[in-house]
Structures are given as structure tokens and as C-alpha cells.
Design a protein around this ligand. Structure first.
Ligand code: KG4
Ligand code: ZN
Length: 348
């Protein structure tokens, strides 16, 4: 029988207070308390409000993660926490709580990169051992396309813990562009899910530039598209009807995804990965997943996505998966008191 290795993980990198218990790569609980309702009225995440909310929510969220997994803190083998990247005031809450628990219960502490969490989210399995990779297993190198609200990255994974970052956004992330264009349209926050819902019944009839279409490298840029949207909207006479919103959302979505696909294709041609994984909140977008599958198929490759939608957006179970692999490599925090948040942490 497989030896148990229970990890309590915490992620407070942005506006979700999240805690999870994992056993190896099995997710026993994955609790996410979203603060979106509180940030909505400001049209985006307010870092100090996020900090206060995390402080209020962290204990109950951890208690629920433990209760759902039917595990006590004493039984936990290690504690893991996201140290970055993310909002400094938000990260601080999770890091402080993890340090406090590690010291109080005398547990080893594991510090995790949030984006590595998104990258490894497809490796998570449910409590029955079923996950995206449970049939085939990983075959390296694996190419990761990470698309979230703060990051857009292309990462090559040679093995667990061995990564090469070769593409990232030069300005806005893809999710951020969805959110900002939604804001221009007065659609509310977060804009990604609203835009993608509207786009389903829209026709992409507005001409917008495909970001980085002529660029030779593997980086992304979405701020030009955002500005093009602003100019286009200024020219389009109001009032806008429902169909207009759907059509504009579809037009934006089409070029944003096209840009992601151009770089994904380029990365496949250069690095010849054996498999592809997707991660980050924007993979909630069905069109993105469909286009990514189509792009991969052209090269005879399969796309892997997490077994549950709860693993797409920010969550702590993905942090537990990373932490498990780090524990296997003996990668623990050496001096707990010295651990600090790292808001700009990136793949080495
Ligand atoms: O990974 P995530 O939960 O948080 C970060 O680490 O940033 O990603 C959140 C982002 C937001 O920008 C949100 O608008 C976007 O993911 N998002 C979507 C969709 N659902 C969430 N973007 C496009 N289409 C969606 N269906
Ligand atoms: Zn994230």
C-alpha cells in the first residue's frame, strides 16, 4: 500500500482564501472562499481589503479543509504555503499563518511558487486516484501554457522541479485583458467569465489586432489590444444593445485566443514537447480549451487539464501537489522564521 503523506496547504496570493489537504497527489479537500463580492464594487482587487478578508477567513477555511478531509493537524505530515507571486499584503497572511502552525505543531514547512501550482494542477487526482494523467502518466518534456489574471507564461517542464520559462507577458496578462475590456464595457468584475459567456452568442465582427502576430519570440503582450478596444469603443455610437456586447466580446476573445495559440504553436515547433498542460483561471474559457486542443492535435499531441474545474482558478490543492513533489526532493524551508513572502517570485 502507498505510504500516506498528508499536507495542509494554504494559498492567499490574491482574492481567494484557500486551504487544502492532500495525500500525495490525491486531493482530500479543496476549500476556496472567494472574496469577489467584496472587491466587485471597486472594479478589481483592493490589496489591503484582500489582506483583511484573508485574516478573517483563514482560520475557518483551514478548519473546513481539515474537517472535510477528516484529518487533524496532528496527523498532518507537512504544511505548505504559497510565497509568491501575488499581492504582498495578501501573501503575508498565508505565510504568517503557515509559519505559526508549523512552529506550534512542529511540522516541516514547504514554500511554493503559485505559478508552479497552476503548472502542476493537472497532476492532481481525486480521492479515488483519478486524474488527468492517471491513464497515460507524464512524458517529459511537458509544455505548460499558464493563463491567469496576473500571468501568461509558456514553461517547459523537464521533470518535477525542473522548469524553463521561455515566454511571458511583457505587460498585461490575458485574464487581466479580459477583465479590463469588460470594465470598459461596464460589465463588472471579474470580466473573464462574463465576457466568455457573452461571446458564446456573439459574432466576431469587429476588427481588432491580433497581439504579437509578427513577433519572433515566445512572449505575450495584451496592452495594445486593450488600447485598440478602447479606441474602437469610443468610435461606436451608443446606446449599445445586447447583441453588440456579445459581438464585441466574441471579437475580443477571438484575437486574444489567437495570440495565445500562435505562441503555443511556435513553442511546440521549437521545443518538441511530448505532452501539453494548461493551467490558470482563463482555462475556464471553453473556446481557449477547444483551440488549444486543436493546435495540439495538429502536432499529434494531447492536452491535459485538471480533473476538476475547482483546480483551474486559484486554489490550495495545486499548492499541495507541488509541495508533495518538493517534499520528495527534501525541499523544505530551512529556517522557518526567515521565510517571507516573495510577490515577484518566478520560475528560476
Ligand atoms: O488563476 P486565477 O484564478 O488567478 C490568478 O492567479 O490570477 O485567474 C483569474 C483570471 C481572471 O482574470 C478572470 O477574469 C479569468 O481568470 N477568467 C476567465 C474566465 N474565467 C476566469 N477569462 C476568460 N474566460 C473565462 N471563462
Ligand atoms: Zn493563480
Amino acid at each position: 500500500m502507498k505510504k500516506h503523506y498528508l499536507i495542509l496547504s494554504i494559498d492567499t496570493s490574491c482574492d481567494d482564501t484557500a486551504a487544502s489537504v492532500t495525500d500525495g497527489d490525491l486531493v482530500l479537500s479543496n476549500i476556496i472562499s472567494s472574496q469577489v463580492e467584496f472587491h466587485k464594487e471597486y472594479g478589481g482587487v483592493v490589496p489591503n481589503l484582500a489582506k483583511r478578508m484573508h485574516q478573517q477567513l483563514i482560520n475557518p477555511v483551514i478548519a473546513r479543509a481539515l474537517a472535510t478531509a477528516r484529518v487533524s493537524l496532528k496527523e498532518i505530515n507537512a504544511i505548505a504555503v504559497t510565497v509568491g507571486p501575488g499581492l504582498a499584503p495578501a501573501l503575508e497572511v498565508g505565510v504568517a499563518k503557515a509559519k505559526e502552525l508549523a512552529k506550534k505543531f512542529n511540522k516541516p514547512l514547504i514554500s511554493v511558487n503559485h505559478m508552479e501550482g497552476h503548472l502542476l494542477s493537472s497532476f492532481a487526482c481525486n480521492s479515488q486516484g483519478q486524474g488527468a494523467f492517471s491513464k497515460t502518466g507524464p512524458r517529459f518534456p511537458i509544455l505548460g501554457l499558464l493563463v491567469s489574471g496576473g500571468h501568461t507564461q509558456l514553461v517547459l517542464m523537464m521533470d518535477f522541479g525542473k522548469y524553463q520559462l521561455f515566454g511571458e507577458t511583457l505587460d498585461d496578462a490575458a485574464g487581466e485583458a479580459f477583465d479590463k475590456v469588460a470594465k470598459m464595457l461596464g460589465l463588472g468584475y471579474p470580466g473573464g467569465p462574463i465576457m466568455s459567456e457573452l461571446a458564446k452568442t456573439g459574432i466576431s465582427k469587429y476588427e481588432l489586432p491580433v497581439p504579437m502576430i509578427g513577433s519572433k519570440d515566445l512572449n505575450f503582450s495584451f496592452s495594445g489590444l486593450k488600447t485598440a478596444c478602447l479606441y474602437k469603443l469610443q468610435k461606436l455610437a451608443k446606446p449599445w444593445d445586447k447583441q453588440f456586447y456579445c459581438d464585441f466580446a466574441a471579437s475580443f476573445e477571438k484575437v486574444a485566443i489567437e495570440s495565445l495559440m500562435i505562441k503555443l504553436k511556435k513553442a511546440i515547433e521549437i521545443y518538441h514537447p511530448k505532452q501539453i498542460v494548461l493551467g490558470g483561471g482563463v482555462i475556464n474559457n471553453l473556446k481557449l480549451r477547444k483551440e488549444a486542443r486543436r493546435t495540439a492535435k495538429q502536432f499529434g499531441l494531447r492536452i491535459f487539464i485538471p480533473y476538476s474545474e475547482k483546480l483551474f482558478s486559484d486554489n490550495a490543492a495545486m499548492i499541495g501537489i507541488c509541495a508533495f513533489h518538493q517534499a520528495q526532493r527534501n525541499d523544505f524551508v530551512k529556517k522557518i522564521d526567515l521565510l517571507d513572502r516573495q510577490p515577484s517570485l518566478n520560475f528560476k
